[in-house]
Ligand binder design. Structure first.
Ligand code: C2E
Ligand code: CA
Ligand code: CA
Ligand code: CA
Length: 278
């Protein structure tokens, strides 16, 4: 009703102009963000549903810009992808994440895993496998403790290159997970031909698992299918104790979400690790 009487052009043009200006501004800021040390990783625990033990953490990227404030990944990753800046940014994430996992060892005495998100552009870059190996070497992290999270959308292209890269990473001992499982409308056949270790059920299924019978049925079916293929299952976006109970009953292996902890900056995550031990 607000836009009544205006043409579509009038309604959308000013906004588009502003947003392309904003994009350019954001791009030039992003180009300098690495050298200005404006990126930060937050970590979110991944916990065993049966024992309550901490298994790993997922690294989630944040951008602290003096003018824009705290920028969340959904706002800048797409532009980083388009511009190719995701490649150097992604290398930084890999190095930081592996180094953090090694530091946690002295706090917990445990060999915790670290999960890192990989975007399609980064994955297809010819230097990607070398960048992963470099991060492992620099940090001294064992490959088995690194899990790369790849979305279904990336797998959908069914290219030989995708398959080749996945097998190379797998043969190095690096773990691979399907992120946002259930949102990609993809055929399930890739699960048997690609060397995945873990399947992460998208949080949209977990959100209503207690209210909607359909969501509960889907989650049950996904867990059963994943297990029969030898995959570990992580449920994302767990916010309530009752959801954990349900997941435990369904023998879902791990859970991640605000119920345990929001993604926390390095220092706060380390404090969380210490508090848990005490
Ligand atoms: P994702 O990989 O699916 O990450 C999980 C998202 O769910 C995170 O959002 C996390 O903060 C949020 N989350 C965690 N627990 C809960 C919960 O209990 N309830 C709800 N409602 N949400 C929860 P975030 O940190 O904003 O990240 C958004 C997306 O940005 C990620 O989705 C991932 O696709 C992408 N991303 C984050 N870091 C990186 C990165 O280093 N590289 C790349 N390529 N992508 C990244
Ligand atoms: Ca993820
Ligand atoms: Ca594997
Ligand atoms: Ca996800």
């Amino acid at each position: 009703a607000k836009s009544k009487g205006k043409s579509a052009y009038e309604r959308f043009a000013p906004q588009m102009k502003e947003s392309s200006h904003e994009r350019l501004q954001m791009e030039s800021r992003m180009r300098r963000a690495l050298e200005l040390d404006e990126f930060q990783l937050c970590f979110q625990p991944i916990v065993s549903t049966s024992s309550g033990n901490l298994q790993a953490a997922e690294a989630l990227l944040r951008w602290n810009n003096p003018t824009m404030g705290l920028v969340m990944p959904d706002r800048f990753i797409p532009l980083a992808e388009e511009t190719g800046l995701i490649i150097p940014i992604g290398e930084w994430v890999l190095k930081e994440a592996c180094a953090a996992a090694v530091r946690w060892q002295s706090i917990t005495g445990q060999r915790l895993g670290i999960s890192v998100n990989v975007s399609p552009r980064q994955f297809r870059d010819p230097g990607f496998v070398a960048a992963v190996m470099n991060a492992l070497e620099l940090s001294g992290l064992e490959p088995e403790r690194l899990e790369l999270e790849i979305t279904e959308r990336l797998i959908l292209d069914h290219s030989i290159e995708t398959s080749d890269i996945l097998h190379r990473l797998d043969s190095e001992g690096i773990r691979l997970s399907v992120d946002d499982f259930g949102t990609g409308f993809s055929a399930l056949s890739y699960l048997k031909s690609y060397p995945f270790d873990t399947l992460k059920i998208d949080k949209s299924f977990i959100q209503d698992v207690l209210k909607e019978q359909e969501d509960a049925s889907l989650v049950k079916a996904i867990i059963t299918m994943a297990h029969s293929l030898g995959l570990t299952v992580i449920a994302e976006g767990v916010e309530m104790a009752e959801q954990i109970e349900f997941l435990k009953e369904q023998e879902c292996d791990f859970a991640q979400g605000y119920f345990y902890s929001e993604p926390a900056p390095d220092a706060r995550f380390e404090q969380w690790l210490r508090d848990r031990r005490a």
